[in-house]
Design a protein around this ligand. Structure first.
Ligand SMILES: Nc1ncnc2c1ncn2[C@@H]1O[C@H](COP(=O)(O)OP(=O)(O)OP(=O)(O)O)[C@@H](O)[C@H]1O
Ligand SMILES: [Mg+2]
Length: 303
């Protein structure tokens, strides 16, 4: 049975008279990495804050681990979040900051050193460094340590790689995959780096003006492929149709200079091209194309 770790129904939020979130349904399943995407101001952070009870909601339901969230905030013990820069003590080290957190929340103290190692802040040179002297990337890592140190079952990460260098982005990405696939932690993550989402997410949801406009599996997006043929197809539509008749492919589009075909096996491509050339159809270029998250995102969110 697939169990939902997070389920949102008819969730609404407005500020003054403006509605900023209106999510009819969204669910995140156990162990998956769900990429929560949308342009600036779409409502991602606001949604995450409502899940974490940091702000109130106008209407709707949020269930975490099968329980509707309400006045009892116990569910937060099982969630690690990185949503805004945590309030650090700038004159303490990373370890000491986590120790303060440990005293408040009471999780196992041995988690601290383990977590600093996981996020890559355990090198001897950083041991004595005060947080006020941290680089942006180090602060991001410490924020991730805050999210992980209580060993949560669900991670809610709002743009966790913001401000990191390419190596840092790669490391955090690999870490998130490891946490999900090896430890079964469910991850709900927002980011603007679509190539990153394509690498890590199992599913994505795109919101625009507070509404979910797309939801799908990354694997399915990438398996949507077609063949794009560039040539001179003026006055050749009939002969092209006759040639295509012998193949199981589907014509997606035909223009004067462009033909898009799908559902063709590799062996059929060469034979089809040969047949077109025999019929004197001028062909200049042939390439395999596949759907990208970027094209879906741009199509659905353009103003
Ligand atoms: N406290 C607030 N008061 C008034 N308006 C707010 C408040 N918080 C957020 N908003 C508005 O709600 C909308 C959604 O903001 P939100 O921060 O959720 O967007 P986002 O999808 O996280 O964007 P980004 O990608 O830029 O982080 C925006 O128009 C924002 O201005
Ligand atoms: Mg945001």
């Amino acid at each position: 049975m697939i169990s939902n770790v997070l389920q949102i129904k008819n969730l609404q939020k407005g500020f003054k008279d403006t509605q900023v979130v209106n999510l009819s349904s969204l669910s995140v399943q156990q162990g998956e990495i769900y990429g929560f995407l949308g342009p600036n101001g779409a409502g991602k952070t606001t949604t995450m804050k409502m899940i974490l009870s940091l702000i109130s909601r106008k209407a709707g339901e949020i269930e975490v681990f099968g329980q509707p969230i309400g006045t009892d905030k116990q569910y937060l013990n099982q969630i690690g979040s990185m949503i805004e820069e945590p309030s650090y003590y700038p004159n303490l080290t990373g370890y000491e900051n986590l120790l303060v957190f440990q005293k408040i929340l009471g999780f196992d103290k041995k988690n601290i050193q383990e977590t600093l190692k996981i996020v890559g802040l355990d090198q001897p040179k950083n041991k004595k460094k005060l947080v006020k002297d941290y680089s942006l990337g180090m602060k991001q890592r410490l924020a991730l340590a805050f999210a992980l140190v209580k060993k949560p079952r669900l991670l809610i990460l709002d743009e966790p790689t913001n401000g990191l260098d390419p190596a840092g982005i790669h490391e955090i990405r690999e870490l998130i995959i490891k946490l999900a696939k090896e430890q079964g932690i469910t991850v709900f993550i927002s980011t603007h780096i679509l190539s990153e989402v394509e690498h890590i997410a199992d599913r994505v949801g795109i919101i625009n003006h507070g509404q979910l406009v797309y939801e799908g599996e990354i694997r399915k997006i990438q398996s949507n492929k077609w063949l794009e043929v560039r040539g001179d197809f003026r006055d050749r539509r009939e002969v092209i149709s006759q040639v295509l008749f012998g193949y199981p492919c589907k014509m997606l589009e035909i223009q004067e200079d462009k033909l898009k075909l799908t559902n063709l096996a590799d062996q059929q491509i060469s034979s089809l091209l040969r047949d077109l050339i025999v019929e004197k159809v001028p062909i200049y270029e042939v390439k395999q194309e596949q759907e990208t998250l970027e094209s879906i995102f741009l199509n659905l969110t353009k103003e």
